[in-house]
Design a protein around this ligand. Structure first.
Ligand code: ZN
Length: 130
């Protein structure tokens, strides 16, 4: 799965490396859940992007009406500790897996999400505040 690397990232090798790293974390999580391909596209966005519920959200899983799946990642969270970033990506991956297994009408952090998430990830990762 290729990440969408913006023109800015191409001009900035450090940012490109970070995007590559994020894609690696996401791919590992999708693999753990046995998510079907094509896997969600990773999009790096600014903290004020409409797809983030708030500017302090690290990442956001989204599915569009054509079933395109996108993992939005808040660019301003790139500097956060690795475990925070990976736990968040694991949590978002669990949303994709729960939707794939149970459909899109399930409650965001309801029983199906929890069961799916806990089957592969820690209780901390599956907490609903993420
Ligand atoms: Zn969540």
């Amino acid at each position: 799965m290729g990440a969408v690397i913006t023109a800015h990232a191409k001009a900035d090798p450090l940012l490109a490396d970070q995007v590559f790293e994020l894609q690696g974390y996401a791919d590992t999580a999708y693999q753990s859940f046995g998510l079907s391909k094509p896997w969600p596209e990773l999009r790096l966005v600014n903290r004020r992007d409409d797809m983030l519920k708030s500017s302090d959200v690290i990442a956001q899983a989204a599915v569009f009406s054509d079933f395109t799946r996108v993992l939005y990642f808040n660019r301003s969270a790139l500097g956060r500790a690795t475990h925070i970033v990976t736990e968040t990506i694991d949590h978002e991956a669990a949303h994709f897996a729960a939707w794939e297994a149970h459909g899109y009408d399930i409650r965001t952090h309801g029983r199906q999400f929890e069961e799916t998430c806990l089957s592969e990830m820690s209780a901390l990762t599956c907490k609903r505040f993420r």
